[in-house]
Write a protein that binds this ligand. Structure first.
Ligand SMILES: Cc1cc2nc3c(=O)[nH]c(=O)nc-3n(C[C@H](O)[C@H](O)[C@H](O)COP(=O)(O)OP(=O)(O)OC[C@H]3O[C@@H](n4cnc5c(N)ncnc54)[C@H](O)[C@@H]3O)c2cc1C
Length: 354
């Protein structure tokens, strides 16, 4: 079978790019390219929660379920609340995002989603690529690859940390949460296993997503996260037997390693694989939206530009925080100096002190 483009992985980045290609083609009044998305999952269910401070417009605005203009960061001594009307903190549940994306794509017969099918290999030839799946070989001009990246080889001077977390969406028998103010980081918890904070997204006075989050080299046993959540809900909100309605877990690589959006002239990396997670937070949703919009525009204009940098269009100060967090958090344990991606600001401040 033949397509213009194959997208390996219909997660956040794969679906966002497909939606941008479809909507931009419609807006320009040009034929939609033939795109095949290949995704091993048989169905898209709620598997994560996306939050971000809104800086860019994107086609999933209607998927935003909550929006906060004030938020708290706390430690044992202080609990300051700050906010922004201009850049609210927005919440998109993944099932709502997936439903919206799939509904949009269903309007475009040129875009085909093959679920229950994994990409096994991508082979490049003179005239294009061959994508080998469980079921068949699909030929395409360009391939966009959002499959999870292989684990990096250990060693070198780079920092590899994980942001690992487990969250429970809980229902309380009485109002205990302030729905106006999420807690982004509450550091007043045990710090003996690495950087550790609790994250509370209050959806209603009786309902919130509460997460225990670590930044450290490796994940922890399940029981540790569960003890954290039970202890925090009891101590902070007096909840001894909360009803857990939904569970989330994740581990996002926080690395100083440079990633490329482009593996070769014909294979372009998307999403986390393309290094779009911000080093300091692990957040990638908005970078994915921006990068999808740019890539789709370039595709429809027939010119995909070469991008060597890992995060196109990001302000320099982001590079600084993205570099400092992983590098400096690891330094006490690893005795690190600057990594290859350190910005000059980092070299002058944190790394220079090492
Ligand atoms: C639990 C969790 C919560 C997060 N919360 C936030 C947040 O609040 N804000 C934020 O900005 N970022 C957040 N992130 C980070 C980031 O935005 C998400 O990980 C986002 O989903 C990344 O998009 P992606 O397309 O790169 O990866 P994914 O969305 O994971 O998509 C990758 C896709 O590739 C598919 N795949 C795997 N193997 C194959 C194969 N062999 N062939 C074809 N396809 C394959 C997978 O099934 C999947 O659908 C979170 C991440 C996690 C894990």
């Amino acid at each position: 079978m033949r397509a213009d483009y194959v997208i390996a992985g219909a997660g956040c980045a794969g679906l966002s790019l497909a939606v941008q290609i479809a909507l931009q083609a419609r807006r320009r009044g040009v034929p939609c390219p033939r795109v095949v998305l290949i995704e091993p999952r048989a169905r898209h269910a709620r598997d994560r929660t996306w939050c971000y401070w809104r800086f860019v417009d994107h086609p999933f605005a209607a998927a935003v379920r909550h929006r906060w203009t004030r938020w708290r960061v706390a430690d044992a001594d202080r609990s300051p609340v700050r906010g922004s009307e201009r850049h609210p903190y927005e919440h998109v549940p993944s099932d709502v995002f997936y439903d919206m994306a799939l509904e949009t794509l269903a309007e475009f017969p040129e875009i085909e989603l093959r679920r229950g099918c994994a990409v096994r290999a991508i082979r490049e030839g003179a005239g294009g690529c061959e994508v080998v799946t469980d079921a068949e070989v699909v030929r395409a001009r360009l391939v966009f690859d959002s499959r999870p990246a292989p684990a990096p080889a250990p060693g070198g001077d780079e920092v590899d940390l994980l942001q690992h977390f487990v969250g429970w969406e809980v229902e309380a028998p009485a109002p205990v949460f302030d729905p106006e103010v999420p807690t982004l980081m509450d550091f007043a918890v045990d710090q003996s296993r690495g950087i550790h904070f609790m994250y509370v997204l209050p959806f209603a006075p009786t309902r919130a997503l509460v997460e225990t989050t670590y930044i450290s080299p490796a994940s922890l046993p399940d029981a540790t996260y569960e003890d954290d959540l039970r202890g925090y809900l009891r101590a902070r909100y007096g909840l001894t037997a909360p009803e857990v309605r939904w569970r989330e877990r994740g581990a996002i690589a926080m690395t100083s390693r440079p990633a490329s959006l482009r593996e070769s002239p014909r294979v372009i990396h998307l999403g986390l694989r393309g290094g779009l997670a911000k080093g300091s937070t692990g957040y990638a949703f908005q970078a994915i939206q921006r990068s999808s919009e740019l890539l789709a525009r370039e595709l429809l204009e027939g010119q995909v530009r070469r991008r060597g940098c890992r995060r196109p269009g990001r302000p320099r100060r982001w590079r600084w925080t993205g570099c400092c967090w992983p590098t400096c958090s690891a330094r006490p344990a690893a005795g690190r100096r600057c990594s290859s991606t350190c910005s000059s600001a980092c070299r002058r401040t944190c790394c220079a002190a090492s």
